[in-house]
Design a protein around this ligand. Structure first.
Ligand code: PHE
Length: 328
């Protein structure tokens, strides 16, 4: 049997396995050859066996090296088949804005149309702008709800977009109306919280007694029906150190239309933002006198999830193409 010739002709791993059992199997070539020992004259037995063992050893080594060659060829072919050219332009369609950006643009657009000026601030803030000037003195218990990531020297990742209120008022004279979108950070991580998320802040300031809760109520009701469509809006008393009075705002559940479901915890209402009349201590901290104003802040991820019916907050940050491609 020309074993070497047979091995050299093999080109697939399946053929290799077949030849292996043809040679080494229970009824294979070597088994049959060794069976012939019985019929061989005693004097020749030793040479016969030695020769056969040598053949067997060589065949086995040849098969092993052939297997290595075939396996590495197969791996190479597999890698080539899976190769993607990351520099190639997509042929399946154009990219799209992320749903969080889409929601943020829609929100900012509304207030832009209402004559609010767009402002941004640094993500790395100091204690004064993030807390102190917002009537959140050191050791105030309300700081605990906004625990964050600290650097040295009282600098920290901002916990909300409210410091942009302070930065603007310190620099500019009233009257002013601003909208401030951007990333914020908190030490939170669970089903409905990620350590980084986005907010949009609003602030309007004008002369004494010029801005009332009625102005705040009007603009937020108008904005929320612009953004969510036909929803009911309700104001609930609440607390923020930088507004007095403060309120949380709910919309009727967009999933069950207020009937009560899992998403709204069977209340029929969804909390969507915080707001209030600017606390006099905030104006004092920035050196404003004889003014009045309102402020509000909202979480963009929540707005995106409710508007686009996304059920898991984390899917917004996982680069999930099944989700993202729906926004093309
Ligand atoms: N900064 C508040 C928060 O992050 C939201 C808010 C802004 C409330 C402005 C009232 C006025 O929770």
């Amino acid at each position: 049997m020309d074993i070497n010739g047979k091995i050299s002709q093999i080109s697939t791993l399946a053929d290799l396995d077949a030849l292996k059992s043809e040679l080494f199997g229970k009824k294979g070539y070597f088994a049959e050859e060794f069976a012939k020992m019985k019929t061989i004259p005693p004097a020749e037995k030793k040479d016969f066996a030695a020769n056969l063992n040598k053949q067997k050893g060589e065949a086995s080594a040849l098969l092993d090296s052939k297997r290595m060659v075939l396996e590495s060829e197969a791996l190479k072919a597999e890698i080539e088949a899976e190769n993607i050219d990351v520099s190639l332009f997509s042929t399946t369609g154009e990219g799209s804005l992320h749903p969080v950006n889409l929601a943020m643009e829609a929100i900012v657009d509304y207030f832009y149309g209402m004559n609010f000026e767009l402002k941004t601030g640094p993500l790395v803030e100091d204690d004064f702008h993030n807390f102190e000037a917002l009537n959140l003195p050191k050791h105030h218990p309300a700081r605990e709800m906004q625990d964050t990531f600290y650097f040295k020297d009282e600098t920290l990742l901002r916990t909300h977009t409210s410091p942009v209120q302070i930065r603007t008022m310190v620099k500019e004279k009233p009257p002013l109306k601003i909208i401030a979108p951007g990333a914020v950070f908190r030490r939170d991580y669970d089903l409905t919280h990620t350590p980084m998320f986005h907010q949009v802040e609003g602030l309007a300031v004008d002369g004494e007694n010029k801005i009332s809760f009625a102005n705040l109520k009007f603009i937020l009701e108008d904005f929320l029906t612009y953004f969510f469509g036909d929803v009911d809006v309700r104001f609930r008393p609440s607390f923020f150190p930088f507004t007095e009075p403060s309120s949380e705002v709910d919309i009727s559940c967009v999933f069950c239309k207020g009937k009560g479901c899992r998403v709204c915890s069977h209340t029929g209402w969804l909390e969507v933002l915080g707001c209030g009349i600017v606390d006099p201590n905030v104006f004092k901290a920035v050196g404003y006198e004889n003014v009045s104003g309102y402020a509000f802040g909202l979480g963009v991820e929540r707005f995106a999830m409710l508007k686009y019916r996304i059920s898991d907050l984390r899917s917004l940050f996982e680069g999930d193409l099944d989700l993202l491609e729906q926004f093309r």
